[in-house]
Write a protein that binds this ligand. Sequence first.
Ligand SMILES: [Zn+2]
Length: 457
Amino acid sequence: MQAVLDYLQTHHDRFVRDLCEYVRFPSVSAQPEHQNDLRACAAWLAARCRRIGLDSEVCDTPGHPVVLARTPRRAGPRRPHFLVYGHYDVQPPEPFELWKSPPFEPRLENGAVYGRGASDNKGQHLAHLNAVEAWLATGAELPCDLTFLIEGEEEVGSRSLAGFLEARRAELRCDAVVVSDTGMPAPGLPALTYALRGIAALEITLTGPNRDLHSGIFGGSVDNPAMALCQMLARLRDRRGRVNIPGFYDEVVPLSAYERRQLARLPFNEREYRRFLGVPRLFGEAGYTPWEQRSARPTVEINGLTSGYQGEGSKTIIPAWARAKLTFRLVPNQRPDRIARLVVRHLRRLTPPTVRARFTVGHGGEPYLLDPRGSRAQAALRALRTAFNRDPVLLREGGSIPIVTQFRKILGAETLLLGLALPDDNAHSPNEKFDLGNYAAGMRLGTSLWPELAAVA
Ligand SMILES: [Zn+2]
């Protein structure tokens, strides 16, 4: 084991260069003009996997390809098999003007790599891959078989993944899935995330007149779709932060006293948090702490709001249409399809007769909950303690990784979420970064984790 750790240390600078090379691909899955960049990125990753001795392939899907890479299989009795999941696609980098340096020209500063995708998720799964390189290069015996499954559609809802898992189910059957795509609550403080929120996304478009109208000539006699939409949206949440949709809370599992105690152990400084986010005051559902609000309670958010003239100066019109993108973060046991139905029904009721409403239900993901006292969770906690040299905490994450539910349903495997991202890594925001200390710790985790997990498999 020491040889593996030494190897990781000796090659650290090269691993940093590799990460920079990886971040250079603008693998933005949401934007069709980047389709070839995604393909090139997948090819780069597969080649790298091959170079370190993995059997790897770029697998076509109806969308962006999946990269599969396996450690060399050994003859003899079946060994434990773990799947390492990650995604090479990234969020759109916009708005460009808020980046201190171009998002796909990675730079090193303050012990971090800056660039879109550095933390979410390229650096995190590359750390695991580097650890495997060290195992193989030093001839140390991995106590298990590993398969890396790195997809290219996570940021757009993993549209092709369920089909892919179904098609390759036999080969992907495993004892557990390991995912490093979540966060740590503070620098140096490792965490096992045992619950995730789900998500339901939808878009509403209100249409009024058949074209933009002169607001002087027609204003007053026809409704304004932008105004109507704002009035409807304003009714979706009350002033105490409760979602105001009939039936929305029916299936919410209340937080247990044990969980509330665990969450209360997490570090939190309201003043710093406020300053870090740049908000004059926090807002959240009354009766819950900020940690609970952002990880264990459901929410409604307006993600985008578009209507009328957005250019310089003024234009005096009544816009022909208005559109909003909405997402709902869900907690166990809310189901995205049911929530989307409730929301559409409610918004239809709120739509005034002066406009027409059209709905597009987007991606959905179910919330997730794992027993943190199970043997695998405990093994993962031991591995985290070794890698970070500090007692890990248990965490619920506010974000969604819908495929975790698919791993459970299709492969029958539970997922261990061992995130390496820091709260200020700026995932999905300008100036995303990945801390090099966490990169190194992630590689050490790839050293301590497999023996611990194999022992309880
Ligand atoms: Zn992301």
